[in-house]
Write a protein that binds this ligand. Structure first.
Ligand SMILES: O=C(CO)[C@H](O)[C@H](O)COP(=O)(O)O
Length: 205
């Protein structure tokens, strides 16, 4: 099981300061949607340049123009990009095609769109990785539950889980048997980020 740190709602400098503290404990560095909107894909390139041994995920949440959007993110050094499950199947297929044959990955984000028919469609077009994601704006009312993403644990997808995960609720997500646990504010808002990342990592083992 891998740990992905999500860098959201922070400045360029804060992203690097956070990584300085936590990089030893994480496998994947996610450059958050808002950070990319503010600083551009250049920050993905700068992080990859500094952390060559880590996988870098550009959370660009593609919803259209899948070919060009994924091509440009990979060209900036991203190893992984995200595309939304509500996007047209051609958009998702184009992202998958751009990634194929290289050491690259496309994660389909199931935010607000995750029924059995969605999973079936994703299977039929060859998507391999999906993210069971409770959005920032949903987190007050909708905690992770087995019903919410029912069937995912036995679906055969490489599963990422995300959305308000922290040291206290991590076990709620373990029943889904994720391959990757994504933690943002559960680490980045802690006074001792390094200690928090180490603790979450130890709970995953
Ligand atoms: O994709 C995201 C928001 O859309 C976040 O990166 C993801 O939810 C993890 O952050 P947090 O643990 O703070 O919820």
């Amino acid at each position: 099981m891998e740990l992905q740190i999500a860098l959201d709602r922070m400045s360029y400098e804060e992203c690097f300061e956070t990584l300085e503290e936590v990089s030893d404990h994480v496998d994947i560095i996610e450059v958050g949607t808002g950070v990319i909107k503010e600083y551009g894909l250049g920050i993905v390139r700068d992080i990859k340049d500094k952390y060559k041994d880590k996988k870098v995920l550009a959370d660009i949440k593609i919803c259209d123009a899948g070919r060009s959007e994924s091509e440009v993110a990979f060209s900036y050094g991203a190893d992984i990009v995200t595309v939304m499950s509500f996007a047209d199947r051609k958009t998702i297929m184009d992202c998958l095609e751009v990634a194929s044959g290289e050491d690259r990955e496309v994660v389909v984000d199931l935010l607000n769109h995750s029924g059995p028919e969605v999973l079936e469609m994703l299977k039929s077009i060859g998507a391999a990785s999906v993210s069971a994601h409770i959005g920032k704006d949903q987190q007050g009312e909708a905690a992770m539950s087995e019903q919410r993403f029912a069937g995912l644990e036995s679906s055969g997808f490489k599963l990422y889980v995300a959305g308000g995960i922290n040291e206290d609720n991590l076990t709620d997500y373990m029943s889904l048997d994720p391959a990757v646990v994504i933690v943002g504010s559960g680490i980045t808002k802690a006074a001792d980020k390094k200690g928090k990342a180490a603790r979450i990592r130890s709970l995953m083992e």
